[in-house]
Design a binder for this molecule. Structure first.
Ligand code: RP5
Length: 167
């Protein structure tokens, strides 16, 4: 029997320090996660095999992180009709601008939902995947709503502190 999960794929283990935040947020929402290092360029056959197998085991969303000439998200999107979220990594001489364009500029019919370069994108990939799962899962939907409300409270508390310091 398959159990719904989110797969985090990374082109290299050097992407993991950034993508740990994605993993943590998903786990905090109580979502099952698999993490794998697999590369569109260095291990294309293994990437293909993993995606096909993960689909049969209940993968609902693929999150793909890669840097430089980042083709992992696009390659995965070509193998599945599950939603694919691309996270451009910040490394390299172009600071992730290359990865951003490689990830976002997909041809029509094979979308990759591309988030921001680096840390903010890594976090938003998890929130976006959780929001996708929340469509059919009231428990996850409640956790996402509670988290959003908590974040709003943090901002309002910061403003209250600022106002108090100015009074
Ligand atoms: C990409 O090349 C990886 O996703 C990583 O961001 C970048 C550098 O990889 P390493 O040389 O650190 O393995 O494919």
């Amino acid at each position: 029997m398959s159990q719904t999960f989110v797969a985090i794929l990374m082109g290299s283990d050097s992407d993991w320090p950034c993508m740990q935040a994605t993993h943590k947020i998903l786990k905090d929402f109580g979502i099952k996660v698999e993490v794998k290092v697999t590369s569109a360029h260095r291990t294309p056959a293994a990437t293909h095999d993993y995606v096909k197998d993960a689909e049969t085991r209940g993968c609902a969303v693929f999150i793909c992180a890669a840097g430089l000439a980042a083709h992992l998200a696009g390659a995965v999107a070509g193998l599945t009709t599950k939603p694919v979220i691309g996270v451009p990594m910040e490394g390299g001489p172009l600071k992730g601008q290359d990865a951003l364009l490689s990830t976002v500029q997909m041809p029509a019919g094979v979308p990759v939902a591309t988030v921001a370069i680096g840390n903010a994108g890594a976090k938003n990939a998890a929130y976006l995947a959780a929001q996708m799962l929340a469509i059919g899962n009231t428990e996850v939907a409640q956790k996402v709503a509670d988290d959003r409300a908590n974040n709003a409270k943090i901002v309002m508390d910061k403003d209250a502190k600022l106002q108090a310091s100015l009074a």
